[in-house]
Write a protein that binds this ligand. Structure first.
Ligand SMILES: CC(C)(COP(=O)(O)OP(=O)(O)OC[C@H]1O[C@@H](n2cnc3c(N)ncnc32)[C@H](O)[C@@H]1OP(=O)(O)O)[C@@H](O)C(=O)NCCC(=O)NCCS
Length: 170
């Protein structure tokens, strides 16, 4: 039977443990991020507090359980870039491929448009087909590829840059 559509909402501090659980699976899988250290719920709570409402985070839930998380972070401190945010999106292992990533990213785009951001961007490992697919589906374009942008477990990794214009900029 097909999974029911997930619901989405802004994340709050009480979601910190669930977000840590989902994010830590993504870190452990080594397919999405240069991060290698798992996060404690307190780390996530601190991050949510620091970002506040200006840099929104979204959770997706199914049957009352948090199954995905999408969040924003500042791009650069220069005023000229005030409307640009970076984003990331993570889905719990057991829920991948069921629409949760698309739902969380779509809700994040809407939350950022409502806050007046004009651009969202991120970097994706080239082999991360699922991430490239949901970004394409949500209107992101692939700008190019950073060669050897960092090392993960000692191995060079390229990164595909993705961006999406929001609101009037679009
Ligand atoms: C990448 C990720 C966020 C995608 O979210 P998801 O919920 O699994 O994806 P969805 O179910 O919303 O799929 C969206 C689309 O991508 C496609 N897709 C999903 N997985 C795919 C894959 N492995 N290869 C190609 N296309 C894929 C789906 O077919 C779907 O398209 P459709 O609606 O036209 O059929 C999720 O798999 C994940 O958390 N992976 C580990 C962490 C990660 O890579 N995060 C991204 C960091 S940049």
């Amino acid at each position: 039977m097909a999974a029911s559509p997930p619901s989405t909402r802004l994340a709050r501090e009480a979601d910190a443990a669930d977000i840590a659980r989902v994010y830590n699976e993504g870190i452990a899988d080594r397919g999405a991020t240069f991060e290698t250290e798992p996060r404690a719920p307190a780390d996530i709570a601190r991050m949510l507090a620091e970002r506040g409402d200006r840099f929104p985070s979204i959770v997706a839930e199914r049957d009352g359980r948090v199954i995905a998380w999408a969040g924003t972070s500042p791009y650069r401190s220069r005023p000229a870039y005030a409307g640009v945010a970076e984003f990331s999106v993570y889905v719990a292992r057991e829920a991948r491929g069921t629409g949760a990533g698309s739902a969380a990213l779509g809700a994040l785009v809407a939350a950022c448009e409502a806050r007046g951001f004009w651009k969202l961007l991120s970097r994706i490992f080239p082999e991360n087909a699922a991430s490239r697919a949901i970004c394409r589906k949500q209107g992101f374009r692939e700008v190019g590829i950073y060669a050897r942008h960092g090392r993960l477990d000692g191995v060079w990794k390229d990164c595909v840059i993705v961006e999406r214009l929001l609101g009037d900029a679009r």
